[in-house]
Design a protein around this ligand. Structure first.
Ligand code: F6R
Length: 598
């Protein structure tokens, strides 16, 4: 959701900014723009894809500049509403992620002073505000301006009279800065556009103002007092953030899952390693908060924590938790967010802390905002996920949940030595079992062929695979735009069966667990309404084969690990279905990778 990139060095800034914006495309956007400091500021912007912007670019010599991808909040996507915004003199330019909540009041005041506005955006207010406060000292003007802003921001500012300076600041929107060995200073919303330049980053924090000069980065607070932000190493490579021969990032990321799971297990699976994973003592209840796919991981986490650690666990959507009436929180709050930037989840963690509890977070991104909010962090090690639809971050979130539950379970003695051995063995087998599912891609493509022209699809499962039915439906709807619903199979007869028929396929999840007999009956009920039924089930399940149209085979796992193999089959099904429908798979319409607005 909105992306920022900035370059201050000796090379031509324009191609670097454009390349950086392309690496940020995955965050989701609807327009893009750049500014380069030359004799004048050269600003170009365009609604639509970055290629539209590229088509308009003229040569702009200059070695310092900013780029932006916008995801509309105030004002429709259009050329004029795209960033950067310049002030009335044309000398100062601003890019901004976030929302200026008091923009109307500021705008009215600036209009009265004679400033002329051209767009419908909140961000344009910042350009005029900084101009109004500017008396030759750009940093002072930005500081003074931001003190008057209510809302949130990651902001970048340049001025024609300060040709080797970029001023940036952050409040609740991600911003990272780094210096390359060649002395170039860089900023971006996340590390992906900067990976070719450096692996060492400083993560800017709320209230920080950063001045990027020639080879220097100074970070201060809004009052100009120096603040120390540690340099952190992110060991992702440029290749990790590229497609590597796959047609889409999503497909690449689905196929990376065996490796991602392996890496998420590494160094964490012996008894001693497990005991270090969760430094929290005396847990007796857990509350999981998350959004979207991470929420589905949380729903599975409930089954896992209850089964392995004997812990009462509830799961709430982060956007709802914040507004509940609870005065005191007594559960350990576990936030799950792959990006670490989802504002609802971050705000829910803050609220949980205010209610007096300890918080822990599972995230994939080192240095992301959640890592500064939660008391304890467990990283997934999925590598960068660029496709908007979460895939490898989801399966590695499940791995983190297994490890946390086993760690707590051994401490609470709900997991004994023999069970621990079995669980560890089961986890170790998961990478190769996921690979087995990936090897069935042609069969899954065949099922995609039969559902790709349907209007509605139902996903049904029970127990620990009920959240996987929800996840299968979410994945299908978000990338193929087919209406899909996930249901607990036992609930179908309480309403949704009315919608079944030959035109409405049902995808059923059946593994060898305590609910298998019930699932088979539920499939019978669905098939009796003439819906075609495709099952994700065990390869040797002859009984299931007789009941359904096709079985997508998954290997036998300990039932508690079955969501990991089942979901991979459903990810591939969504991918191929969306592909056959010609959808924009990596960047589905109206969606963003990192949801930094409430
Ligand atoms: C769906 C998807 C979203 C995210 C949700 C939360 O494929 O990716 O539903 O899961 O926006 O994002 P994070 O995990 O970054 O908090």
């Amino acid at each position: 959701m909105c992306g920022i990139v900035g370059y201050n060095g000796r090379k031509d800034a324009l191609p670097i900014l454009i390349e950086g914006l392309k690496r940020l495309e995955y965050r989701g956007y609807d327009s893009a723009g750049v500014v380069v400091i030359g004799q004048q500021l050269m600003v170009q912007k365009a609604a639509g894809q970055i290629s539209v912007l590229e088509g308009r670019l003229e040569d702009a010599p200059g070695t310092v500049g900013l780029g932006h991808t916008r995801w509309a909040t105030h004002g429709k996507p259009s050329d004029v509403n795209a960033h950067p915004f310049v002030d009335c003199t044309g000398d100062l330019a601003v890019i901004h992620n976030g929302i200026v909540e008091n923009y109307q009041a500021l705008k009215d005041e600036l209009l009265e002073k004679g400033h002329e506005f051209v767009s419908e955006t909140d961000t344009e207010t910042l350009a005029h505000l900084f101009e109004d406060l500017y008396d030759g000292d750009l940093v002072a003007a930005v500081r003074a301006g931001l003190r008057r802003v209510e809302g949130n921001y990651a902001v970048g500012v340049v001025h024609k009279d300060h040709p080797s300076t970029i001023v940036a600041a952050r409040k609740e929107n991600p911003l990272v800065v780094g210096t390359s060995p060649a002395g170039e200073t860089l900023l971006a919303s996340d590390v992906t556009p900067l990976l070719g330049f450096t692996n060492e980053f400083q993560f800017v924090e709320d209230g920080d103002v950063v001045v990027l000069g020639e080879g220097t980065i100074e970070i201060t607070d809004l009052d100009g007092r120096p603040v120390d932000r540690p340099v952190q190493t992110v060991d992702w490579s440029v290749e990790d953030a590229q497609r590597g021969g796959f047609e889409h990032f999503m497909l690449k990321e689905i196929f990376e899952q065996p490796q991602a799971i392996l890496e998420s297990l590494m160094g964490r699976i012996t008894e001693e390693e497990l005991s270090n994973l969760v430094p929290v003592e005396d847990v007796d209840k857990v509350k999981i908060i998350a959004c979207g796919t991470s929420y589905h991981a949380g729903l599975i986490g409930k089954y896992i924590l209850e089964a392995l650690a004997g812990l009462d666990t509830t799961v709430e959507m982060a956007s709802e938790y914040r507004y509940s009436n609870l005065a005191r929180e007594t559960a350990l709050v576990l936030a799950i967010t792959q990006s670490g930037e989802t504002i609802d989840t971050i705000s829910a963690v803050r609220e949980a802390k205010r209610r007096g509890t300890t918080t822990m977070a599972i995230t994939n991104v080192v240095g992301s905002s959640i890592t500064r909010e939660a008391d304890h962090i467990v990283y997934t090690r999925a590598g960068p996920e660029i496709g908007v639809a979460a895939t490898k971050t989801f399966t590695t979130q499940l791995i983190a949940l297994y490890l946390i539950a086993i760690s707590l379970g051994t401490r609470r003695r709900t997991v004994g030595a023999e069970q621990l051995r079995v669980l560890r063995e089961g986890l170790r087998r998961l990478p190769s079992q996921v690979q087995q599912v990936l090897n069935s891609k042609n069969l899954i493509k065949g099922v995609a062929e039969t559902i790709h022209d349907r209007r509605d699809v139902y996903f049904i499962g029970r127990n620990i695979n009920y959240p996987i039915a929800l996840e299968g439906a979410l994945k299908l709807k978000e990338i193929s735009y087919i209406h899909a619903e996930g249901y607990p199979a036992g609930e179908m007869k309480h309403g949704p069966n009315a919608l079944l028929g030959p035109e409405t396929p049902v995808i059923a999840i059946v593994v060898d667990d305590l609910v298998r007999p019930k699932m088979l009956s539920n499939i019978g009920e669905v098939a009796a309404r003439e819906s075609p039924v495709y099952a994700v089930g065990l390869e040797e399940d002859v009984e299931l084969e007789k009941l359904v149209d096709v079985v997508i085979p998954v290997p036998r796992t300990n039932a508690i690990f079955s969501p990991v193999v089942v979901v991979v089959a459903l990810q591939l099904l969504s991918y191929y279905t969306a592909h056959m429908r010609g959808c924009s798979i990596d960047k589905p319409r109206n969606l963003a990778k990192s949801v930094t607005v409430e």
